[in-house]
Design a binder for this molecule. Structure first.
Ligand code: NAD
Length: 491
């Protein structure tokens, strides 16, 4: 069920993006890659570049805290990527299209994102579009080891494993960029750590970098800060604020994974439980709060912004200060993107058995460091589950050491990530191919038409039938019949 041939016509999009396909570069780059990349017939034999990768093959769900160094483990194939492909129709459509056009020929993309099956589908798509990729994980717990291993075997340079130390984390990022004979010309970041590392250690690299694509609210915030200080030296695309990220990833991803993350780690029952959710943005509002409410939990919300606070009230949640409910709640969830939202004073006042976790990007929301004091005992009861015990015997249940719960302890819906991944791929194409002068050293939002295109690529999955504007209606609304249908500021 093709909705509108014009809407789906990739060549229209490519013309719109002013892609200049670099066939010469493409030939050169592709001679170094697996020939059938992007298909499950992809050879996963160990290639030359896979020896330049560090990952391990332990199962993602394996809860044993295996002491073997990931560097010593045998790599093996992963079915996870194949499964993810089924739910990522737009990336597969881009790949099909790429049999004729290689809009990323010559692109050398260095990435720092969660290394999951969905990211693997994105990387294989970027590769099919002509790019070379080197990748590290943006979170020390979220890597699916067998996926990282399968990518390495398929010829990608991947530096990541589940359970990295802080030191390993930066070592992996460094291995992505500090390599002889290879310099990135595009950055795909989630959280801003990779961008930060290049700024700190290899600022000269920015001479060759054409642009940064950033996914998270945290990373975008850092980019705006750089821009404000006049220190941003390349154009950056803020994917976090595109409609296709905000309205889908932050919301549906969290709505469908918050309960699973809590259940897998604690077996908690939700009905009648008192939960306080800090922040009432996209992740919290329609994501966590809606899911918890549907399960019969009593949900309290904290907010600093009166508009979001009013929304919480009108959605039927009690708006409170954290201190007012901290003694009585069973679960505390942070989703603010801020720091020190839950501090030691709050943790001291929690009741016995209170579960504490974070759904925001960084581990800054809960002041976990304040719990590392001599009078408190830490007991690891399961993978990603710590009991922190006070001298009087009270214990709180800390999940994933305050790192984001769903990506550390659960899985996220592939279809939603397909939407974000397609947006990232298009943002890379746009920045890489943009003619001189279109983008300055600033932070940009993805053009609305591309957001709409990403959404349209996902509609056939639902056998959805989109209504077309009549000429009269288009004229009445002052719109082009093929979009964009909303102004750029629409969210
Ligand atoms: N877990 C996931 O799968 C996932 C998915 C998308 C985004 N995220 C992350 O979740 C975080 C939130 O994302 P979002 O899209 O909801 O952002 P958002 O900006 O829409 O919402 C955050 C809200 O927190 C509020 N806030 C800030 N400081 C606060 C404080 N001290 N106390 C109470 N409220 C406070 C803000 O006013 C805002 O309304 C970000 O770090 C983002 O990167 C996580």
């Amino acid at each position: 069920s093709i909705l509108s041939s014009k809407l789906f016509n990739m060549s229209v999009l490519l013309a719109y993006l002013s892609l200049q396909i670099q066939f010469a570069d493409q030939k050169q780059e592709f001679s170094k890659r697996p020939s059938k990349i992007g298909r499950r017939s992809l050879s996963r034999s160990i290639s030359q570049s896979s020896t330049d990768s560090y990952s391990s093959a332990a199962s993602y769900t394996d809860s044993s805290d295996d002491e073997t160094s990931p560097r010593d483990k045998q790599q093996k194939n992963s079915k996870e990527i194949e499964i993810a492909e089924q739910e990522m129709p737009a990336l597969m459509a881009l790949r099909k299209r790429a049999q004729g056009e290689k809009p990323l020929a010559g692109a050398k993309v260095v990435g720092c994102t969660h290394i999951t099956a969905q990211t693997a589908v994105l990387m294989e798509t970027l590769s099919a579009l002509g790019a070379q990729c080197r990748w590290a994980a943006c979170n020390i717990y979220s890597t699916q080891n067998e996926v990282a291993a399968a990518l390495a075997e398929g010829g990608f340079s991947v530096f990541a494993w589940k359970g990295e130390s802080e030191d390993d984390f930066w070592w992996c990022i460094d291995r992505c960029v500090n390599v002889e004979g290879w310099q990135p010309n595009m950055i795909l970041d989630d959280g801003g750590d990779l961008t930060h590392w290049i700024y700190k250690k290899y600022p000269n690299m920015f001479k060759k970098i054409k642009g940064i694509v950033e996914e998270s609210v945290t990373g975008v915030h850092r980019l705006y800060q750089l821009s404000k200080a006049g220190k941003l030296c390349v154009p950056a695309m803020n994917v976090n604020d595109s409609v296709t990220k905000q309205k889908f990833d932050n919301l549906y991803c969290c709505r469908e994974s918050i309960l699973d993350g809590l259940k897998r780690t604690t077996d908690v029952m939700f009905g009648g439980k008192q939960v306080v959710v800090c922040g009432y943005g996209e992740v919290s509002r329609k994501g966590c709060c809606a899911a918890l409410k549907a399960m019969g939990s009593i949900v309290y919300v904290t907010e600093i912004d009166p508009i979001c606070a009013l929304q919480a009230c009108m959605d039927g949640f009690r708006l409170v200060k954290l201190n007012e409910v901290i003694r009585q709640v069973d679960i505390v969830i942070t989703c603010t993107g801020n720091k020190n939202v839950v501090v030691r004073e709050n943790l001291d006042r929690m009741k016995n058995g209170c579960i504490v976790c974070n759904m925001g990007h960084s581990n800054t929301e809960i002041d976990v460091a304040s719990l590392r004091t001599p009078e408190l005992t830490w007991e690891r009861v399961r993978s990603q589950v710590d009991h922190v015990i006070w001298p009087d015997g009270k214990r709180i249940v800390l999940l994933a050491e305050g790192r984001l719960l769903n990506l550390s302890c659960s899985t996220v819906p592939t279809f939603v990530l397909s939407i974000t991944a397609t947006t990232q791929a298009l943002a890379l194409i746009e920045l890489y191919n943009a003619p001189e002068g279109r983008y300055k050293q600033d932070v940009y939002l993805l053009p609305k038409k591309m957001d709409e295109y990403v959404a349209s690529l996902h509609l056939p999955t639902f056998d959805a039938h989109l209504t077309e504007l009549s000429d009269e209606q288009a004229k009445y609304l002052g719109l082009n019949k093929n979009g964009p249908f909303k102004p750029n500021y629409y969210r």
